[in-house]
Design a protein around this ligand. Structure first.
Ligand code: MG
Length: 261
């Protein structure tokens, strides 16, 4: 008799549980309520091989000519060396920069320190990618290019650094003679009408596919001397550095950019 009563009580409890579970399910938000269907992102066809430009990229160098580039000093056509599909620094001709100006973007660029590189520290395979070239007299915003393979230097000026502002999280450099790549997400600083800073610049950088800068906030232009500070600009070229050191010039290839909102 006691067993029968216990059994009946259990059945009653299970029934109550089933009813309350059903009620709870009825009160849950519907999955559809959090589904978003608009706007549909535009279709972009990825490059056929890793590092190849996707369909919406602006190609800045495809190995054939430097028509997208001008002298940073006087905006005459660039006079670096184009041969064998490579764009090689011609040191006497100065820095070059893109004809186009950009705001926020994704950049892919490949570069090679010559295998026979000489020199030490900052005088060993120095170049640079100025993510915003704000004028011939300005420092701009330099992502350092330098031999980083057994080449000690100050760490906020090594390869992967935003020059004299950031220390890369790791040293992912390849040895001289090997091709290396930067993949960059650049968020330009925004200025108010009176020239004051509204939002700072941010940069994310992958060196050879390895994250070295993660949404790093810049304090201003990357100065050689003194503390960084901002100077207002709106849209800027991307500039490549012809550094004055005596070591063999470095080469670039496969350069493309995607405008971002
Ligand atoms: Mg440099």
């Amino acid at each position: 008799m006691t067993q029968t009563r216990t059994f009946l009580l259990m059945l009653a409890a299970m029934g109550t549980l089933a009813i309350s579970t059903t009620r709870a399910q009825q009160q849950l938000p519907k999955p559809e309520e959090t589904e978003v269907w608009q706007p549909v992102p535009p279709v972009v066809t990825p490059g056929k091989t890793p590092g190849a430009p996707p369909s919406d990229a602006i190609v800045l160098f495809d190995g054939t000519n430097e028509s997208q580039w001008v002298s940073a000093q006087d905006h005459t056509p660039a006079r670096w060396t184009v041969a064998d599909g490579l764009l090689t620094v011609a040191k006497g001709t100065g820095n070059i920069e893109t004809r186009r100006h950009f705001h926020n973007y994704q950049l892919h660029i490949e570069w090679r320190i010559p295998a026979n590189i000489t020199g030490t520290g900052q005088a060993r395979g120095n170049s640079g990618i100025f993510l915003a070239s704000t004028g011939p007299g300005d420092a701009g915003y330099e992502l350092q290019v330098l031999d980083g393979y057994n080449n000690p230097t100050y760490v906020n000026g090594m390869v992967g650094s935003m020059y004299k502002q950031s220390i890369p999280m790791v040293n992912a450099a390849r040895r001289p003679g090997e091709w290396q790549s930067y993949d960059v997400v650049w968020t330009a600083p925004v200025f108010r009408a009176d020239g004051s800073l509204k939002t700072p610049a941010y940069v994310t950088v992958f060196l050879n596919g390895v994250l070295v800068e993660n949404h790093f906030e810049l304090k201003g232009e990357t100065l050689y001397r003194g503390k960084p500070f901002y100077k207002a600009f709106d849209g800027a070229a991307i500039k490549l550095q012809a550094h004055g050191d005596k070591s063999a010039p470095i080469s670039f290839r496969n350069i493309w950019v995607r405008d971002l909102p």
